[in-house]
Design a protein around this ligand. Structure first.
Ligand code: GAR
Length: 221
């Protein structure tokens, strides 16, 4: 008998390579989650193609078509609930979500960000990292609160910044780690190994350091 799998709703705005990483993980029998639906606020997002190809229901909700953020979020919440979504994963979803919306999925909204938070929240995180001359960059999966990339951290992956890196090369190195990290962090969250308690994460004794902090294969020892 197969175990009950957590139902994910994945929110996207762009290419959807992180969605693809989640779809690929969910295709494995031992993965404790499945993608129940994909919602894009951008009608041309390539992520929608990925969802269709995987046979996952995809919905377009263009935020601009709604009179207010509250109306957009109401429609978003309805679409997710109609699909039986229990966990919401932001995967390159470029909209902030209000505290009201988040309360409907309390402790069950995750985001991936291409920086070692709390450094470099917001847009162009990789460019910000290069401009500040950091030597170690990376990505973070965190619980979402109403701020910009401010929620409590679940797991992180580090990559080296190499001499000669530009925004494109650093972004590609980080993205490869994002694809490893997001499924791992989803597994930690849906199995209750990492939970949100108030404004902090609580890490269960079953979670290993190797699951919580990844190092890229190319990283110096
Ligand atoms: C990813 O690098 C993700 O971390 C970033 O957008 C990209 C989406 O790529 N998200 C943020 O910057 C959120 N603050 P994808 O569409 O190929 O997954």
């Amino acid at each position: 008998m197969s175990a009950v799998r957590a139902r994910l709703g994945v929110l996207v705005s762009g290419s959807g390579s992180n969605l693809q990483a989640l779809l690929d993980a969910c295709a494995r029998e031992d993965f404790p989650a499945e993608v129940a639906c994909v919602v894009s606020n951008v009608p041309t997002a390539f992520a929608l193609e990925r969802a269709r190809k995987a046979g996952v229901p995809a919905v377009v909700l263009e935020h601009k078509a709604f009179a207010s953020r509250a109306d957009f979020e109401r429609a978003l919440g309805e679409a997710l609930r109609r699909a039986g979504v229990e966990w919401v994963c932001l995967a390159g979803f470029m909209r902030l979500l209000s505290a009201d919306f988040l309360a409907g999925f309390s402790g069950r909204v995750l985001n991936i960000h291409p920086a070692l938070l709390p450094a470099f929240p917001g847009l162009h995180a990789q460019r910000q990292a290069l401009e500040r001359g950091v030597k170690i960059a990376g990505c973070t999966v965190h619980f979402v609160d109403a701020g910009t990339d401010t929620g409590p951290i679940i797991a992180q992956a580090a990559v080296p910044v190499l001499p000669g890196d530009d925004e494109a090369s650093l972004s590609a190195r980080i993205l490869a780690e994002e694809h490893r990290l997001y499924p791992l962090a989803v597994r930690l969250a849906v199995t209750g190994k990492v939970t949100l308690e108030g404004a902090r994460t609580r890490v269960d004794a079953r979670a290993t350091v190797g699951e919580l902090s990844l190092r890229s294969p190319g990283a110096p020892p």
